[in-house]
Design a protein around this ligand. Structure first.
Ligand code: GLP
Length: 255
């Protein structure tokens, strides 16, 4: 895991954006996430596109998840979120946007998404957030490491945090997420501090799906100070291969 601790949300977003620019020439399939965490990152992509510095033409995108049992046009669907915050503002071709269907018979919805993922070979660059209970996408605690796209029932704690339009979701599985060539996980704010410390310091366990990122060869964990506030820096000190303190007070660990 390559862990960046940035001073605030904006610097976290800037760090993610600079990694995105660095890897864009090698990216054909882009895995995308919803939520507050990637908003600043998306704003930067949109601005750079507007200024003619970034084009997403030719890229294929795969979103991690969608609520199940609602219309895709629902104001709280993840598709609506993506249209408003990214797709509507950049030059991605409509036919290159891949999204889990929010309606339809569960088996065909999930089989279709898995086929599309197999066809494209999975994400080269996968963006992730983290849930307060350590979930990634909607792989809630208890999700198997070899899981693929499926319909899941959200846990009570996620329902309380997300206040979702449906208690069911279609999510990409851990297998496909972990197969991504590069993963960039964003976390900001104190509400994420427990999940972040379990992901980095804790044992790798199905109880904290994000902890599986510990064994990924190229996972970039980008945190703001609040999200990093419960990480055991002394234990990191022992495991660290390389650490660097940047002039602006942010720092980097290669674990
Ligand atoms: C939802 C999504 C996750 C996301 C998480 C965190 O549960 N399914 O993919 O990472 O929310 O969202 P936020 O970034 O708003 O905290």
């Amino acid at each position: 895991m390559k862990v960046f601790v940035e001073k605030d949300y904006e610097s976290m977003s800037e760090r993610a954006f600079s990694l995105f620019l660095k890897f864009l020439p090698e990216t054909k399939v882009l895995g995308l996430a919803t939520g507050n965490s990637p908003l600043g990152f998306y704003r930067r992509i949109c601005r750079a596109h507007e200024e003619g510095r970034v084009s997403l033409k030719g890229l294929h995108t795969f979103n991690l998840d969608e609520y199940y049992g609602i219309k895709q046009s629902h104001p709280e669907s993840y598709r609506t979120f993506m249209n408003e915050n990214l797709f509507g503002k950049v030059d991605i071709s409509d036919e290159n946007i891949h999204f889990p269907a929010s309606e339809g018979e569960a088996h065909s919805v999930t089989a279709h998404y898995n086929e599309q993922l197999d066809e494209m070979g999975g994400p080269d660059f996968q963006l992730l957030g983290i849930g307060q209970n350590g979930h990634i996408a909607f792989n809630e605690p208890g999700s198997p490491k070899n899981s693929r796209t499926r319909v899941v029932r959200l846990t009570q704690s996620t329902i309380e945090v997300n206040k979702p339009p449906s208690e069911y979701a279609v999510t990409m599985g851990l297998l496909d997420i972990l197969k991504s060539k590069r993963i960039v996980l964003l976390a900001s704010g104190k509400s994420k501090a427990d999940a972040v410390s379990k992901m980095i310091d804790g044992p790798m366990t199905y109880k904290v799906p994000a902890s599986y990122l510990q064994e990924h060869p190229e996972a970039y964990i980008i945190l703001d100070r609040d999200a990093a506030s419960k990480v055991d820096i002394s234990s990191i000190g022992e495991r660290v291969k390389e650490s660097e303190k940047f002039g602006d007070g942010s720092y980097f660990f290669d674990l």
